[in-house]
Design a protein around this ligand. Structure first.
Ligand code: AQP
Length: 329
């Protein structure tokens, strides 16, 4: 059975983009893969953070993932398993600065003010490589934006194997699920839906009630034209395209099929059907999340059990890597 590793940053409550781009697919993968899912809290502190919010968001994210159908034993938080940090350090010493300089996500996140960002943000891809390779995971479900980091992880694995004269770390494969459409902000169709967007109206989160979902869809930015019947008609209409993409992904069909149904109509009827669909699929997740959040001790104990399981897999692998580099234990 192939091993799958994937992570999500507990930087806020997971949103519709995380759900359609990652979580829903993770739930499906559990039936025929050996899956490990991680709340990557160490990645979360590469950007400015509040300790109290990080604690709350880690538990909130855990509750959402469990409510969406992630099996409890497969879920843990990264900082509880030391293998990540230990292998991450080794990889800091394997990766070349030139490789990191090419990472577009760092450039996007750091913007013009590079000098003021944490060193952690710069070496983030090395830690991500360690997250995966500490488990010898070979199949990595990621969004399109993460492909470059997976290529870097393979470069690191190859250089480690070459330098140590071994064939220790396997090649990993980015698995970009077909329906992993990129979900854009509800307020601006050119920006991806993101936990860190200051506007709460830009995203639907997995704890939103039916009323909140309805309000956000009603307020979602559109244009005055009716929906087109052909997909080409969405080319210059990013907000309309986003809503059609969401509808198609949510109902597991194609945007073409949605346009056949709604082409020629205004947004009123379409938005109301989209709201019904989102409420039917997401409101049960929100209810279960709220229920799980009432018992934080239980959530902490679920994460501890998941961490023990993660340790049992990663510890022998990382100990072997440490031996290979010459560390004495
Ligand atoms: N808008 C999106 N559409 C589709 N997939 C998305 N993912 C994130 N946003 C979208 C996918 O969700 C997984 C977990 O992502 P993450 O939270 O670890 O990191 P992120 O991509 O940085 O997500 P955010 O919401 O934008 O977080 P912040 O604001 O904290 O940076 C990944 O597989 C990702 O592709």
């Amino acid at each position: 059975m192939q091993r799958v590793f994937s992570g999500i940053q507990p930087t806020g409550i997971p949103h519709l983009g995380n759900y359609l781009g990652a979580i829903r697919n993770w739930v499906k993968l559990q039936s025929d893969h050996d899956c490990i899912f991680c709340l990557v809290d160490m990645h979360s502190i590469t950007m400015p953070w509040s300790p109290e919010e990080l604690r709350q968001q880690t538990l909130g994210s855990a509750a959402c993932l469990l409510a969406a159908g992630i099996e409890p034993t497969r879920l843990y938080n990264q900082s509880a398993v030391s293998a990540h940090a230990r292998l991450g350090w080794i990889f800091n010493c394997v990766a070349r600065l030139g490789w990191l300089n090419r990472m577009t996500q760092f450039k996007d996140k750091a913007g013009k003010n590079r000098e003021n960002h944490s060193a952690g943000l710069y070496v983030y891809p090395n830690l991500m490589a360690a997250d995966i390779l500490a488990f010898h995971a070979t199949r990595i479900p990621v969004g399109d934006d993460q492909k470059q980091h997976i290529e870097l992880a393979n470069d690191i694995a190859q250089k480690f194997n070459h330098d140590m004269g071994v064939d220790f770390f396997p090649e990993i494969e980015a698995f970009i699920p077909p329906a992993a459409a990129r979900v854009m902000s509800l307020r601006d169709g050119s920006k991806k839906m993101s936990k860190s967007d200051p506007s709460e109206q830009s995203r639907i989160v997995l704890t939103d009630t039916a009323d909140e979902i309805a309000l956000k869809i009603r307020r979602a930015k559109t244009d005055p034209e009716p929906l087109p019947s052909e997909i080409d008609g969405l080319a210059e209409r990013p907000e309309a395209r986003n809503l059609v993409t969401i509808y198609a992904a949510m109902s597991e069909t194609t945007p073409e099929a949605i346009l056949q149904q709604f082409g020629g109509e205004g947004f009123g009827q379409f938005k109301s059907a989209l709201t019904d669909l989102l409420v039917a699929k997401l409101a049960p997740v929100a209810t279960e999340t709220q229920h799980l959040l009432k018992n934080k001790d239980h959530l902490i104990s679920v994460l501890r059990t998941g961490a023990e399981h993660a340790r049992s897999i990663s510890e022998p692998i990382v100990q072997e890597a440490e031996k290979l580099v010459g560390f004495i234990r």
